[in-house]
Every structure is written in C-alpha cells, then in structure tokens.
Design a binder for this molecule. Structure first.
Ligand SMILES: NC(=O)c1ccc[n+]([C@@H]2O[C@H](COP(=O)([O-])OP(=O)(O)OC[C@H]3O[C@@H](n4cnc5c(N)ncnc54)[C@H](O)[C@@H]3O)[C@@H](O)[C@H]2O)c1
Length: 416
C-alpha cells in the first residue's frame, strides 16, 4: 500500500525496522538492595543528544547521591560531546568502558548490573524496544515522550509498563506538565469539580519550524535520517505526535479518559526536509459528546500559541494556574525537567513505585489517531487505533526528493 493513497487503517508501505529487543538478565538491583537512600543511584543514559544531555544534568540536580555511570548512543560524536559536557560542567567522568556506540549500544548498557536507572532519550521510534529491554533487565526508567510512533509500538509500551508494575519498577515519562506543580494543582481542582462537568476545550502547539540537518558527504540514508529525525515520520511520529502530545496529554489527564474518536486534517505547506506535515487540526470526541479542538503547526512567520483550555459547566481554566471560579493559583513550580527525576528518585528510594507507561502511551496514541485521520481524511475511533497493526519503519524506497514527496500522504480525491 502506498502511503498517501490509503483510506484504511491498515499497515503502511514501510518495512519493519529494528528487531524486538532480546530479553536480558532479569534482576532488581536497586530495589533488591533495599532501595537504600544512602547508596548512590547509578544512572545510564541512552540517547546522548540535546534532551538526553540535558536530562543527564537534570537527574544530577534532582537529588543527592546520583551518578551517571554509563552512556549509549548510535553515534560516537554525540556520545563524546555529552561525556565531555558531564566532565566539564558536572565533574562527572563516565569511564570509557561504560560508553557504548551503535544500534545495540543500549543493550550493552542495560546489561550492566551496576545500572539502576536508565534515561531513554532517543527518537521515539526506538522507545518500545528500548523500554522493553530496560524492564526485562530490571531497571527503573525515565523515558522521554512521545513513547512510540505507531499503534504496535504503543501496545509494546503498555505491555512493558505492566511488566514493570509486576516487578515493582518505576517508570516516569517526560510529559513535563504532569510534574509541574502549577498544572498539578490546577488539574487537581478541576477534577475536584472547580468548574463542574467538563464540556469542551482547546489544545494548541502552534509554533515555528524545528531544526533540520542537511545531508553531509559520506552519510548513509540512515545516518542522515537519524540526525534529522524530527522531520521523518517513521522516527518522530510527525509533529502532532512528537510535540503536540504535551497538550493532548493535559486533556486526557484532566478528563481521566482517552477520546472515543477523532476527525482531523492537515497538510504540508512550507516544510522542505523529511516527509512530515507542518500543520494539523483535530476534533477529538471524548465520552459524553465532549469535543476538544486541537491545532498544531510548525511554520515560521505565523502566530504562536502553546497552551490548553478547558471549559466546564461552571467556568474555564488554562490548566496552568488559573481557574475562572477560583482566580489565580499561586504555586511554586520547580522546572519539570528536574522535578520529573526528583519524583522518580523519590519513588525508587521510598519503595513506592510510580508507573506512567499507560498514561503516556494513551496520550501518544491519541496523537497517532489524529495523525491517521489527517493522513487518510477519515474519522478514526479509539477502538480501531488500539487494534491497528500499523507499524512504521525506515522507507523502503530510494530517498530522492521526488520519491519522498510522492510518499507524503494526500487525503481525498482530486476535484472533478
Ligand atoms: N520533554 C521535552 O520537553 C522534550 C524536549 C526535547 C526533546 N524531547 C524528546 O527527547 C527525545 C530526544 O530528542 P532530542 O531533541 O534530544 O534529539 P537529538 O537528536 O538531539 O538526540 C537524540 C540522540 O539519540 C541518538 N540515537 C538515535 N537513535 C538511537 C538509537 N537507536 N540508539 C541509541 N541512540 C540513538 C542520536 O544519535 C542522538 O544523540 C525525543 O523523544 C524528543 O521528543 C522531549
């Protein structure tokens, strides 16, 4: 099936990508040793790029007695620059023997008994295999959002989350807002009835284009796409999944349930690199015929708005410190990048596991379902997307500009 011609939810014209992670030794290093707060928590980072390098410093800032002891990345230059940053800014030297490079680097890192806690900050396509490997190996995990790019990946995340629960392992996801006190307090009050029953709302991530990498001499297709991943659907899920998931997640959180269906549209107007759209609009229907309008755009020179809005029978809220029936809610909100790790460390050290796998999987799937509707021009239900066997992987065609353009979905038929 050619991408773009589909009116179905079935598999797209992609080959399967990375193989399922092999199960590795199952052990519970940190928990088994009594979750002792007096011994250092030893962290391994998989994906040493922008966010991963940032997260390495965030986890060190989140609590005392934390060490980064291992690094893994598909590219040596990315790993080296993260390692150098840790040495310069945090005076933390990661031994050479604990630095792994290549596609199987993550397997070597999770096989290390000394690692208690793994940060997953690779492109979202790789998350299901990498989370599964971590949980099989008995590691606690901080994983960046989104957590998959297709429904098959989502089901693997949910399964890994259930396995983690059975092993008392903790998983925190990088949704930011769920660990930001101004959001937590506002959503708590909304759920306690501050604006009555929820009747509708809007969520937005309208902003400029993200970065891109031009292909350099000597780079294979895979090297280029991974370095330019935010522009390739099979790696990022498209920007509605990669970026707008933050806002969709807030609605799911407040409402307590995912939507029943979605009708969405979108197109590619200004984007030059990769194969993604640069704008989407979606109308999600939640139980009780509650409609939530979503918009996301990555086009320079247009209006910007990153926010959420919830309408209840008795009032409205911006979800982040304001409720019309209450007024401004003043709370001290430490940066969620650090707070996410502080919450995960606390769960590990107190032996009270936290597990965010299902909630972030569901929010990611909402974005996937809207993307599918926009690509096909058809409504998509939650039931359909949950069962869908759609599975992405690297393009199986030659990456010429013409070929890539021909594979960008165009919904509907030509007039006349
Ligand atoms: N929560 C947030 O606010 C936030 C902000 C930025 C990025 N992110 C998320 O963080 C993740 C990483 O984004 P980024 O901006 O750091 O991208 P990046 O390209 O800067 O970093 C990704 C790193 O992963 C490495 N990598 C790619 N495939 C790999 C593989 N199979 N195994 C090991 N390493 C691999 C790359 O070489 C690179 O170093 C994405 O999921 C992104 O959506 C979240």
């Amino acid at each position: 099936m050619q991408r773009g011609k589909s009116q179905e939810l079935s598999r797209r014209d992609f080959v399967k990508g990375a193989a399922t992670a092999a199960a590795v030794v199952s052990s519970f290093p940190f928990v088994a040793r009594g979750a002792a707060a007096d011994r250092p928590l030893r962290v391994g980072l998989v994906g040493c790029g922008g966010r991963g390098s940032g997260a390495a410093h965030d986890v060190l800032a989140a609590a005392p007695k934390v060490q980064i002891i291992a690094l893994a990345d598909v590219f040596k230059d990315r790993l080296d620059s993260c390692r150098a940053g840790l040495k310069d800014k945090a005076h933390m030297e990661v031994p050479e023997k604990n630095c792994f490079v290549g596609f199987d680097a993550y397997k070597k890192l999770v096989a290390m008994d000394e690692v208690d806690y793994v940060i997953l900050a690779t492109p979202p396509y790789y998350r299901p295999a990498q989370l599964t490997a971590c949980i099989d190996a008995g590691k606690h995990v901080f994983m960046e959002k989104p957590v998959a790019v297709d429904p098959v990946g989502i089901r693997r995340i949910i399964a890994a989350g259930e396995k983690a629960a059975s092993k008392n392992l903790s998983i925190v996801a990088g949704t930011q807002r769920r660990h930001q006190k101004s959001y937590i307090e506002t959503i708590r009050r909304i759920q306690d009835g501050a604006i009555g029953d929820l009747v509708g709302g809007q969520v937005y991530w309208n902003g400029g284009a993200l970065w891109y990498r031009k292909r350099e001499a000597g780079w294979a297709d895979m090297d280029w796409m991974i370095r330019d991943w935010v522009n390739w659907c099979w790696l990022s899920g498209d920007h509605i999944v990669e970026q707008h998931v933050h806002n969709i997640d807030v609605w799911n959180w407040a409402f307590g349930k995912p939507p029943e269906s979605v009708v969405a549209m979108g197109s590619r107007l200004r984007r030059k690199t990769g194969d993604q759209f640069d704008n989407f609009a979606a109308d999600f229907t939640y139980p009780g015929d509650v409609h939530v309008m979503s918009m996301c755009r990555q086009i320079n020179g247009c209006d910007s708005n990153v926010s959420e809005r919830i309408i209840g029978q008795k009032g409205i809220s911006n979800c982040n410190g304001f409720i019309s029936t209450v007024g401004k809610i003043e709370v001290d909100s430490p940066h969620p990048y650090v707070q996410e790790h502080a919450d995960l460390i606390q769960a590990i050290r107190t032996g009270k596991p936290v597990n965010e796998a299902r909630q972030v999987a569901e929010s990611t799937l909402c974005a996937i379902m809207a993307r599918t509707s926009a690509y096909t021009g058809k409504p998509v239900t939650w039931e359909e997307i949950m069962k869908s066997d759609e599975e992405f992987g690297p393009p199986d065609y030659e990456l010429t500009e013409e070929n890539v353009r021909a594979h960008v979905p165009v919904p509907g038929t030509v007039q006349g």
